[in-house]
Design a binder for this molecule. Structure first.
Ligand code: G3P
Ligand code: CA
Length: 326
């Protein structure tokens, strides 16, 4: 009995240490503030900068290969329109799902632009090097190998992108992502990996029907973004957060859902989510896109000191690592 009391005390101590741990730095699309997003180079730089987790947004190729791209479209980050001008759909867009892996690999990846070719973040990478699209497995291997060589345990933070759209197109992206994780022994709640998705119905399916063991994160957007059929206004209510906590381990809201941007007062979402045991990993800290008159120090103080979030997606891993570890 004494032993179990001792274990409980130690366990409680350990748990409290976990809950007081330094928040996680999540490299959003790798070191995307410096190099074209989601490339192997961007992932490598994020690793070197000291990220705790590195993000992979995943979509599927025509031949069923999971590849690391933020969008189902290719237009804004590759030269697809120059290389395959006849392969756009009726809506004028080029879809990763319409290209084989070999074709995707023949494209070059550039810094994100709008549909007119204008770079979104003007001060970011301006070079012309031949970056390429990486597969999900290439990124898993890269991080695994770097972990081995540097004796680290930097984690994966993988997003199932547009599962309903993929299913409409006849592709079960969640099954493919889970099969890939299982192949690499990563469908494991005790490993350094999270799987995230905007689609609540799909996350319930991933957990309950597909039997995922991995830690899950429910991303929260705004209903008018059209990310999924999920009602994010309802999902943010205390009752729904309680239900959510039976499926996922945390939420990924965008920063304005945590604080009223007019009054700078907390919205209550952090408090309500923590009350039901959910971690909070908001997105996205971008020091080159701060609101007028706001400094990066103010944003980081607000998130970490006032709101006490548990992690942060950032395009600038180095800045957040310096803030948390200095
Ligand atoms: O996944 C967290 C954050 O990346 C969500 O937004 O659109 O950049 O994938 P998005
Ligand atoms: Ca993402």
């Amino acid at each position: 009995m004494k032993k179990s009391i001792l274990s409980l005390s130690l366990g409680t101590l350990l748990l409290s240490q976990v809950s007081w741990a330094i928040p996680l730095v999540i490299a959003h699309r790798g070191a995307s503030g410096y190099l074209p997003e989601h490339t192997m180079e961007s992932t490598t730089l994020a690793f070197a900068m000291g990220a705790d987790f590195i993000e992979q947004d995943v979509v599927i190729s025509k031949d069923g290969v999971p590849v690391v791209l933020h969008d189902i479209h290719l237009d804004t980050v590759t030269n697809v329109a120059d290389k395959f001008p006849l392969r756009k759909r009726e809506d004028g867009r080029y879809y990763a799902l319409d290209f084989t892996l070999a074709e995707l690999k023949s494209l070059t990846v550039h810094e994100r632009s709008d549909l007119d070719g204008k770079q979104i973040f003007q001060q970011r990478y301006q070079g012309t090097a031949q970056f390429t699209i990486a597969t999900f497995e290439e990124q898993i291997e890269l991080i695994t190998q770097l972990n081995r060589q540097f004796d680290k345990n930097i984690g994966f933070y993988s997003e199932i992108k547009s599962p309903a759209w993929h299913l409409e197109q006849g592709v079960d992206i969640s099954k493919i992502v889970l099969a890939t994780l299982r192949k690499h022994d990563l469908d494991d709640a005790n490993k350094a990996i999270y799987v995230q998705c905007f689609d609540y119905a799909e996350l319930k399916r991933v957990r309950n029907d597909l039997g995922a063991k991995v830690k899950l994160i429910q991303l929260l957007g705004e209903n008018d973004w059209g990310e999924s059929a999920t009602d994010y206004d309802v999902l943010r209510t205390p009752a729904k957060l309680k239900e959510l906590a039976t499926v996922v381990q945390g939420i990924g809201p965008w920063i304005p859902q945590l604080v009223d941007m007019q009054t700078m007062q907390p919205t209550g979402l952090v408090k309500n989510a923590h009350a039901v045991g959910l971690d909070i990993h908001p997105y996205t800290f971008r020091q080159d896109a701060l609101p007028e008159g706001v400094t990066k120090q103010q944003v980081l103080d607000l998130l970490f000191k006032d709101l006490k979030v548990d992690g942060l997606f950032t395009d600038f891993t180095d800045t957040v690592v310096d803030y948390l570890h200095d």
